[in-house]
Design a binder for this molecule. Structure first.
Ligand code: MTE
Ligand code: MO
Length: 398
């Protein structure tokens, strides 16, 4: 019987030739692309929702958020298998000898590098885990998702930048060397861990990379149907790829929002407020105004989206009823009493836009209560969370 050594593992104990800098660098390249796409689209989404004063959210193209947020969720999803394989390829480094004490210059550099890689791994895992939890509505943390996910995104992208800069010579050499070429370097400069053979009997390094890319492709295909309708049938992981009333999925139902009675109340009136000028309109009065039909998608931050045809009143016609200019900023309130999405702010460029409706109909039928009956906001290009349902009040922001 062989006796296991009674000591912690050492770097040299890991002898798989698949753990090789050429494998790590190639996975890192795709991870870098995935995280960059997720970062840029995520910052766009964040500013779209928080609308800082210097940022004018675009009203065109109408599908911009559908595309950017679809890419955000897909790139994050694809990063999951790539990151797992990359971490597997380097984790023996956890058991490398610690720098000697008292520290030398090289030891200090090594310590700083370890800390920066700790931040990199922690922030990358945090982003992927919280992102996936958010799209499944599984909130186990005590912080707000959007703020936390956004703040740590800067940590992740910053530490990726530092990591790439530090490793650039190794990355360049690794990416330009064929992945399955035999190792003919002195031990200290080997790609793989010391003592690893050139080839593994089971699978080549190219084979491992192909398996990782295939896994990334598979999770993308199995999620993309929530954005790309012809992929619906293969999208087993698409969280809300299924149908909803009137062919459009629903995130927050009328029961969850506590509006089942108030939304059906015939005494419902839309209140328009511009300072001391106010108007109240019944649903019949809204329906008697000029009606406009628009094809606009609902594009959720969670990555799913659905195109639909909406009919209703132009919001610019409504603000005219209380003598406000068409480019007024509006506070939109819902019948929903609490909840983060019970109110929204409509920026001036959206109030004035001829594609911004207070919708009364969806796909040719009166709005289903789940989609915001008696009336909901639908505007081009905006994140779904701002398309307020069960609207009760529009107030001009002075
Ligand atoms: N009042 C209210 N409006 C809301 C929400 C909400 O929770 N409350 N959810 C928003 C979100 S997150 C999305 S994606 C869209 C979904 O619209 P749908 O249910 O008609 O598909 O509604 C938005 N409007
Ligand atoms: Mo959403």
């Amino acid at each position: 019987m062989t006796r296991l050594p009674v000591r912690p593992p050492r770097e040299q104990d890991f002898r798989s030739p698949l753990r090789d800098q050429r494998v790590t660098a190639r996975l890192g390249l795709w991870l870098g692309i995935a995280f960059s796409v997720a970062f840029v689209t995520g910052v766009f989404s964040h500013f779209g929702q928080t609308t800082p004063g210097w940022f004018t959210y675009p009203t065109r193209p109408v599908s911009i958020y559908r595309v950017t947020q679809g890419l955000h969720v897909l790139s994050g999803t694809a990063a999951v298998p790539l990151l797992l394989v990359k971490l597997w390829s380097v984790y023996p480094k956890l058991f490398a000898r610690l720098p000697p004490w008292p520290p030398s210059r090289a030891g200090l550099v090594n310590a700083v590098e370890r800390i920066s890689i700790g931040v990199l791994v922690a922030s990358a895992v945090f982003e992927l885990v919280t992102g996936l939890q958010n799209i499944t509505h599984w909130y186990t943390w005590g912080f707000g998702f959007r703020g936390g996910h956004y703040a740590v995104a800067w940590l992740a992208i910053g530490s990726i930048g530092v990591h790439v800069a530090v490793k650039l010579p190794i990355i360049a050499r690794a990416l330009t060397t064929p992945v399955d070429a035999p190792v003919d370097m002195p031990v200290g400069e080997r790609w793989a861990f010391p003592g690893a053979p050139d080839r593994s009997p089971a699978i080549s390094r190219r084979g491992l990379l192909r398996a990782a890319y295939a896994a990334a492709g598979l999770v993308v295909l199995s999620t993309a149907g929530q954005t790309v309708s012809w992929l619906r049938d293969v999208s087993v992981f698409g969280v809300r790829s299924g149908d909803g009333p009137q062919g459009v999925p629903v995130n927050r139902s009328s029961v969850q929002a506590g509006v089942t009675k108030t939304a059906r109340d015939p005494a419902w009136r839309l209140k328009l407020v511009n300072g001391s000028t106010t108007r109240q309109l019944s649903r019949a009065e809204l329906a008697a105004m000029p009606q406009h039909t628009r094809s606009l998608p609902i594009s959720c931050v969670e990555g799913w989206s659905a195109g639909a045809t909406w009919t209703g009143v132009l919001v610019s016609d409504l603000v005219a009823l209380v003598d406000a200019p068409p480019d007024s900023e509006l506070n939109v309130s819902s019948l929903e009493r609490s909840g983060a999405f019970s109110t929204s702010t409509l920026p001036p460029q959206f109030t004035a836009d001829s594609d911004t409706l207070l919708a009364l109909q969806l796909n040719g039928e009166p709005l289903d209560i789940e989609h915001g009956y008696p009336a909901r906001i639908i505007a081009a290009a905006r994140p779904g969370v701002l398309q307020t349902k069960w609207v009760s009040r529009l107030e001009v922001n002075a």
